[in-house]
Design a protein around this ligand. Structure first.
Ligand code: GLC
Length: 486
């Protein structure tokens, strides 16, 4: 069996703040289910990891990690779940904190984590065939493996894949801490340097055998200055090993037919539950309980690259000019938080601004929503449009990154329906408004609405196809099995 080790900063259900956690919580299981891989995942043992999991953990090893002049304790715990082995790197000084990220020493914390991951292999006697690392927090695993561990027994044959979930966050630091914090020296200067800074993502792109990102379109976009945040040169140079594989979503966790977070269950064949979920949400939020008005929803980090500027520019007109309800859930930039609170104040019968992060509530909104807005300026993959589709909400998206790859525009050819949502190309508030009006018009045509929503809900966003793409990528890197000579 081929051995794959995933390394990353978060994984559902243990600790997650965003899409990376969803992917590291579902792709490993999808790969393990094929029965062809021994799949393991390693992440930090954060404070957030619940007691229900800690109780089931087994201690695998205790050793010291040498990071420059520091000698740091490292414990490795393990837990089996859904045919996947999860390892947790224990060090309370680094990880027993009230949040996953956002600390002054994040660079040091993830340098420690990365060194611990590579060091761990010889202590637990597990050398993967493929080390598959994700985002800047795990970028140094690939770098340490290549620069510091290759000559040790067991490490020589490990092949590496590095996945970019979001190129905006690269791990950039001043060169003064190269030795002191990252335990690297002059020999690695050129490798880690980008625009005069240490750039951990750049170093991983250079070192890894293959680089992937989370949609084919984003793989093209990040070769351009508009999207690459300064890494376009490195990505063009390494274009031969770069590819895009669209994420899937966890079809068990996001399943309106059995989701314990929602009031009533439903499926494309039986949609009564969705109507009940809508009434339940209206009741919960104190909105008029009306089945005849469409509910528009936004569930997003309230950041401008998510297209919140476009929504802010036109939502007032959309709400004022149509009989609809609008619900937004998320936290982020205070200007958007305040904007939506103000909108609710103006339209108390139509708008709810839920300025919070709440997974269970988000599922109740997906289940109740009729139309889902996601006009991102950039979107490496995006999972919300897939979740919305699975819960029967019509997505209105901008054609960028994974939104372009997953949502195709609605059009009719005679009686035949094409597409699975409403899309627009330019980063334009007018285009967003116009496509939202088109989605509202479709919603107001019940027979067409029923057919279209059933089509949307049955679009396949499971991991089935994408896991096969990762398998093909791994196969390219691994030596073929011994030929049968009989
Ligand atoms: C990041 C990206 C998002 C993607 C997710 C999982 O959060 O911003 O687009 O879906 O990673 O890959």
């Amino acid at each position: 069996m081929k051995k794959i080790l995933f390394a990353g900063a978060e994984a559902m259900p243990f600790a997650a703040t965003g899409g990376l956690g969803d992917v590291l919580g579902s792709l490993p299981r999808a790969l393990a289910e094929s029965g062809e891989y021994d799949v393991r995942v390693v992440l930090p043992l954060y404070e957030a990891v619940g007691q229900e999991y800690r109780r089931r953990m087994k201690q695998e090893a205790v050793f010291s990690v040498q990071l420059a002049w520091r000698t740091q304790y490292c414990g490795v715990f393990s837990l089996q779940k859904d045919h996947v082995t999860y390892y947790f790197i224990d060090n309370e000084y680094y990880f027993r904190r009230p949040a996953l990220y956002g600390f002054f020493d994040d660079g040091e914390r993830y340098a420690y984590f990365s060194m611990a991951v590579v060091e761990m292999m010889e202590h637990i006697g597990f050398y993967p065939d493929i080390l598959h690392s994700h985002d800047w927090q795990a970028a140094l695993t690939v770098v340490y493996l290549n620069c510091l561990y290759r000559n040790r027994p067991g490490y020589g044959g490990i092949r590496t894949v590095f996945t970019i979930h979001n190129i905006e966050y690269q791990g950039q630091y001043d060169f003064s801490i190269l030795g002191d914090v990252f335990s690297l020296g002059e020999n690695e200067h050129t490798l880690v340097e980008n625009s005069g800074c240490i750039n951990l993502m750049k170093a991983a792109i250079e070192c890894a055998d293959r680089v992937t990102t989370v949609s084919p379109r984003y793989a093209e976009e990040i070769k351009t200055a508009e999207y690459a945040h300064g890494l376009e040169g490195v990505l063009n140079k390494n274009a031969g090993k770069l590819s895009g594989i669209l994420n899937g979503i966890d079809y068990d966790y996001y399943n309106p037919a059995k989701d314990p977070s929602i009031e009533a269950h439903f499926s494309p064949r039986s949609m009564v539950g969705k109507a009940q979920d809508k009434t339940a949400l209206q009741k919960e939020l104190g909105l008029p309980e009306r089945s005849d008005v469409p509910v528009l929803a936004v569930i997003s980090r309230l950041a401008s690259h998510k297209g919140l500027d476009l929504i802010a520019a036109r939502i007032y007109e959309l709400v004022a000019g149509n009989d609809l309800q609008f619900v937004v859930l998320g936290r982020g930039e205070s200007r958007f938080e305040d904007f939506f609170r103000e909108l609710e104040y103006r339209f108390p019968e139509k708008v709810r601004a839920l300025i919070t992060y709440d997974r269970a509530l988000s599922k109740r909104i997906y289940a109740a929503a009729d139309i889902f807005l996601m006009p991102s300026r950039t979107e490496p993959c995006g999972l919300s449009q897939m979740i919305a589709s699975r819960y029967g909400a019509i997505p209105v998206v901008r054609e960028t990154g994974g939104l372009f790859d997953s949502i195709k525009p609605f059009w009719m050819e005679g009686k035949e329906i094409h597409g699975n949502g409403f899309t627009f190309a330019n980063y334009s508030a007018d285009e967003l408004k116009e496509r939202t009006q088109a989605a509202l018009a479709l919603w107001n045509d019940p027979p067409l609405r029923r057919k279209f929503i059933s089509r949307i809900m049955t679009t396949d966003f499971s991991w089935k196809t994408s896991a096969l793409r990762y398998e093909a990528l791994y196969a390219e890197l691994l030596p073929a099995a011994e030929p049968c000579t009989v």
